[in-house]
Design a protein around this ligand. Structure first.
Ligand SMILES: *Cc1c(COP(=O)(O)O)cnc(C)c1O
Length: 482
């Protein structure tokens, strides 16, 4: 990506790639979208992709591959054990992260499963800057306790702070003093923080946080699933990184950690995942879990084609012109929404634009899932599928009490290299219309609430007749358009 100044004076992101394979999309009329949303139980996870125009649910496993990745997939070496493809991936990871040992897994949460099995004992703590749904679920399933040690700025919806993902180092020291270093299974750092808007950490903060852990002999673990965006922000926002190359920044971050795991559905524009480990003894401690849950040690549930794509994708991740497309589109989207007075997380992060449903729909109480309601309303108004990241995405505690989320967000993820700027502008236009008619949008309630990870397949219904009113308003303003 480049950012180019047009003769109009406008500065806009400009794609530094061309599209050579396309996939046809359909945009159903609003009446159809309303029917599809009702069938999906007002849960955007349950929509059929054929009913979706722009899928901004996630950036997981849906990033566009390059011609180089596709070419590499053709020379993949099919073998159950000892494939040359695995060796190529392993070598690339050693080159990028500087860690000798690697365990492949079928995706990111499988890496979390293995780490939790090997390292989390009942009653231990896993401090992290912020949780991710699956990382928390695996720690708590083992009887461990997650402690969220994000700095106060991280939870401010609008801010000038360029590194809202920073770990609260003083809080980490306090936790160690309170519980003792032995009670801490590992320190988990997530770069950038998914659930609070893809917000990055500074290199300075990586260093400070892990230095405290090291001082007390505590293992340090990096969740690098969203590292590509973080690297772009280190390079563009942090003085000490300005003259460093992306590979140098990557290595400076990696050097802080004992373990790096990732979802290759995000990192490396691929599918799959894995765990890089510095210490051979720790590698051997975890190794047995791979053939038990994932696959043999040289594929771990991934296909050889996926592994070839990740290997090339890791190289592309080391190229600033390749990793800045997501952040620059998101910056454009956030700036345009902000200019219309639409409440959105600032500064723009990685991953996507995040609408603040608490301020978008101040009349919908948190118990009625404002972010879920907004995601439903947005799909109906536009065919754009976003993801609820709020109270619906929380789990009830052991007593059945429903905790209210710190933030009620609708995440509009921008998969890398997938959308064009006019598609992004369409989404901005429809969100703008919805904001002008926000009073019409009401809340949701559960019809069917699963016990575990309820946001994935829970079913809801609107409270009152607000969907009818929204549809009527849309038709009044746009009689004959989709
Ligand atoms: C997506 C994600 C995971 C889980 O990875 P999957 O491949 O979806 O299982 C873990 N951590 C973070 C930060 C993520 O964004």
């Amino acid at each position: 990506m480049a950012k180019v100044t047009f003769f109009s004076g406008q500065q806009l992101p400009l794609e530094m790639h061309k599209v050579r394979i396309i996939q046809k999309l359909t945009l159903h009329p609003i009446e159809e979208r309303r029917r599809a949303m009702a069938e999906a139980g007002y849960n955007t996870f349950l929509l059929q992709n054929a009913d979706v125009f722009l899928d901004m649910l996630t950036d997981s496993g849906v990033n566009a591959m390059s011609d180089q990745q596709q070419a590499a997939m053709l020379i993949a070496d099919d073998a159950y054990a000892g494939s040359a493809t695995f060796t190529r991936l392993h070598r690339k990871l050693i080159e990028v992260f500087g860690m000798d040992w690697f365990l492949p897994t079928h995706q990111g949460r499988a890496a979390e499963h293995i780490l939790a099995q090997a390292l989390v004992q009942p009653g231990t703590f896993v401090p992290m800057n912020y949780h991710f749904t699956t990382s928390k679920a695996h720690v708590t399933a083992r009887g461990g306790e997650v402690r969220e040690l994000i700095t106060a700025a991280g939870l401010e919806v609008t801010s000038d702070n360029q590194f809202k993902g920073n770990f609260d180092v003083a809080a980490l020291r306090a936790l160690i003093a309170e519980q003792g270093a032995e009670a801490i299974a590992y320190v988990r750092v997530e770069a950038g923080t998914n659930l609070i808007g893809g917000q990055p950490l500074s290199l300075a903060n990586f260093r400070e946080t892990t230095a405290v852990a090291r001082e007390h002999g505590i293992l340090t673990v990096l969740d690098a699933s969203l590292l590509a965006d973080n690297l772009h922000f280190n390079k563009t926002r942090e003085e000490q990184c300005r003259d460093m190359t992306i590979p140098e920044i990557t290595r400076a971050i990696a050097d802080c950690f004992d373990v790096i795991y990732f979802s290759a559905r995000k990192l490396g524009f691929g599918r799959g995942g894995g765990i890089c480990i510095r210490d051979e003894a720790l590698y051997k401690q975890m190794r047995g879990l791979v053939p038990m849950y994932e696959g043999f040690l040289t594929y771990g549930g991934m296909s050889v084609r996926e592994m070839e794509a990740i290997t090339v994708g890791l190289d592309e991740t080391m190229d600033e012109d390749m990793i800045n497309q997501g952040p620059q589109f998101i910056e454009h989207m956030v700036a345009e929404l902000d200019a219309r007075g639409i409440p959105v997380i600032t500064p723009a992060g990685g991953l996507g634009a995040h609408l603040d449903a608490m301020r978008f729909l101040p009349h919908v109480p948190q118990q009625q899932y404002p972010a879920g309601a907004l995601a439903s309303a947005l799909y109906i108004a536009s065919g754009v599928r976003g993801m609820e990241r709020g109270t619906l995405s929380e789990q009830r505690d052991a007593n059945g009490v429903e905790p209210m989320a710190n933030m009620e967000l609708v995440r509009l993820a921008l998969p890398r290299r997938v959308f064009t700027l006019s598609q992004v502008n369409y989404a901005i236009d429809r969100i703008g219309w919805l904001f002008e008619h926000r009073d019409l949008v009401g809340g949701l309630r559960f019809v069917e609430e699963p016990e575990i990870l309820r946001f994935f397949y829970g079913r809801l219904e609107p409270i009152g007749g607000w969907v009818d009113e929204l549809l009527a308003a849309f038709r009044a303003d746009l009689a004959d358009s989709l």
